[in-house]
Design a protein around this ligand. Structure first.
Ligand code: PHE
Length: 346
């Protein structure tokens, strides 16, 4: 009897590793433990065993049965693992190059902004940042913009809702939060955080209550500039802008400063550019932004001694520069995420 049981156990042990299909396993198991299986036969033979031998015999059979069932469990685990591997497929090699033939590219506005950053960095400007959600003080008051200035009108500036459900985010003290309408806010933040001399640019997103058309968008980008030192003059402003347009638009490009008004600069100018290098757009004045000498009242607002320090500031539209550079006729192209447009800037 013991030899028979040992023979069955050996058979099971040898067969299990070769079984790779669930149906093969079931068929094999039936030959051992099925109604007509070898092990079942032995159990059936128990009735012919003398009564006194039965307990010892039963114990022996049970021991073998337990071992055989352990092999079954092992076989089922092997099958589970094989089926999972088949489902997952062959292993991948993460060190192989991507099969995607179209590489990603930077958005044309990002490319333009980086070009502008690079030009200013070469002449000692660093990049400063400020938040897009601002208070009226940073956006207007500190920039010498009176309470009744049209830019502060709800028609022009986007105010955060008074009853914002997100806690008390719509106000700081008595001041309402707004979406900044220009990057000049960063002039104020920089002057409060650092001592002159200062030389920063600040590219970033701004928001206005504009209806979108070919040349307007409710959000667009500006690049602010602020230069503070002793005895800074309009000549310094002009020299920086001349350098900038020559670097961006090529040799022979010129700057024109046209008298204008901004509350935070005195005198103030519109900044125009003309270049011989731009096909249809060549040899005509194109407006890029505004600029001027920092108004002493701004220095007063941030506690800088206006007897000692002088400076200039400028603000330029990033979309405007990208449109001129690439001959783009509609600002909305930048925001539509149409790959046919974007892929042209690879
Ligand atoms: N902030 C002004 C605008 O958005 C531009 C500007 C910046 C003018 C700095 C002068 C100095 O129109």
């Amino acid at each position: 009897m013991k030899e028979q049981l040992q023979a069955i156990l050996t058979e099971v042990e040898n067969a299990i590793p070769g079984i790779v299909k669930r149906s093969d396993f079931e068929a094999f198991k039936a030959t051992i433990s099925g109604p007509k299986g070898k092990l079942t036969d032995i159990l059936k033979g128990m009735k012919n065993v003398p009564k006194e031998d039965r307990p010892a015999m039963g114990k022996l059979i049970n021991e073998y049965k337990t071992q055989i069932e352990a092999f079954y469990t092992q076989a089922l685990e092997n099958l589970d693992a094989l089926e999972l591997a088949a489902l997952i497929g062959p292993p991948i090699d993460p060190s192989l190059p991507s099969p995607d033939p179209a590489p990603g590219l930077l958005h044309p506005l990002t490319q333009t902004r980086r070009r502008m950053d690079d030009v200013f960095r070469k002449i000692g400007f660093t990049v400063a940042e400020g938040p897009e959600v601002e208070t009226e003080w940073f956006c207007f008051d500190a920039l010498n913009t009176p309470e009744d200035h049209p830019a502060r009108d709800e028609q022009d500036t986007l105010f955060m809702p008074e009853d914002a459900k997100m806690g008390n985010v719509s106000k700081r003290g008595e001041e309402r939060y707004i979406l900044r309408s220009h990057t000049s806010t960063v002039q104020i933040r920089t002057m409060l955080a650092e001592k002159p001399p200062l030389r920063i640019i600040s590219p970033g997103r701004v928001f206005r209550r504009d209806t979108s058309d070919a040349t307007h968008s409710a959000n667009f980008h500006q690049c602010e500039g602020l230069y503070i030192d002793r005895e800074v003059t309009i000549k310094d402003l002009k020299a920086v802008l001349d350098y900038f347009v020559a670097e961006i638009f090529g040799k022979g490009s010129k700057v024109r400063l046209r008298p204008s008004f901004f509350p935070f600069t005195e005198p103030s100018f519109e900044l125009d550019m003309m270049t011989p290098n731009l096909g249809k757009l060549s040899n005509q004045w194109i407006e890029l932004g505004g600029c001027g000498m920092v108004d002493p009242k701004v220095f007063d607002a941030v506690g800088i001694n206006s007897g000692k320090w002088t400076g200039f500031a400028f603000g330029m539209g990033v979309e405007r520069i990208a449109m001129i550079l690439h001959g783009i006729d509609d600002i909305r192209h930048f925001y539509n995420n149409d790959l046919r447009f974007l892929r042209q800037f690879a």
